[in-house]
Design a protein around this ligand. Structure first.
Ligand SMILES: [Zn+2]
Length: 184
């Protein structure tokens, strides 16, 4: 093998040599050659520098992907929390069971309950509300007009059909009221 052949062999094997995936005899041969041959040494060093540069680049990309993944998980968690907060404190879908307030509320119909409304404002005359008493949820219309002689946080409500036909009247406390039914 002449010098030129040896050089091209060393260049071919330099990557394997760097990784250590090479037989000991070949390793010694390459080491000896690198000591003597400036051209091959330069080739080897350039190759190593390039390799570590691309390693750094790869690490930077991996870091970026990881950071992005953390962000994605964070966003998903935030959305889930937001959904539960909205569902618990702001809006909730309710299904009407019974026709006692038909046609204002249709039996089996789905409506949106605004739970936030009465945390920031008082129930008003004509509001259709949901209140809870003894673990049961009821719908009713607020008919208090401020002159019915009730205590501060008490409201007179009625179950009616929206056309003035009143089936019953009750007095509910503000803390029993869950929210206001949004009517289209
Ligand atoms: Zn050489």
């Amino acid at each position: 093998m002449d010098e030129k052949q040896l050089c091209s062999m060393v260049k071919d094997l330099s990557a394997l040599y760097a990784e250590g995936n090479i037989r000991v005899e070949t390793k010694v041969l390459i080491e000896d050659h690198l000591k003597e041959c400036g051209e091959c040494r330069e080739f080897y060093e350039t190759q190593q520098a390039e390799c570590s540069r691309s390693n750094l680049r790869y690490q930077a990309i991996a870091k970026k992907i990881k950071r992005r993944r953390v962000w994605m998980v964070g966003i998903v968690v935030a959305l889930v929390v937001l959904f539960f907060v909205i569902y618990s404190f702001v809006f909730q879908m309710i299904r009407i069971d019974g026709s006692c307030m038909s046609p204002t509320l249709e039996d089996g119909g789905w409506y949106v309950l605004n739970k936030w409304q009465y945390k920031v404002a008082r129930p008003e005359h004509e509001d259709v509300i949901v209140y809870e008493r003894g673990g049961v949820y009821y719908t009713a219309r607020v008919i208090s007009d401020g002159e019915d002689g009730l205590a501060e946080e008490e409201y007179l409500v009625s179950v009616d059909n929206g056309a003035g036909v009143i089936d019953e009247e009750k007095c509910v406390n503000r803390w029993e009221i869950i929210g206001k039914v949004i009517l289209q």
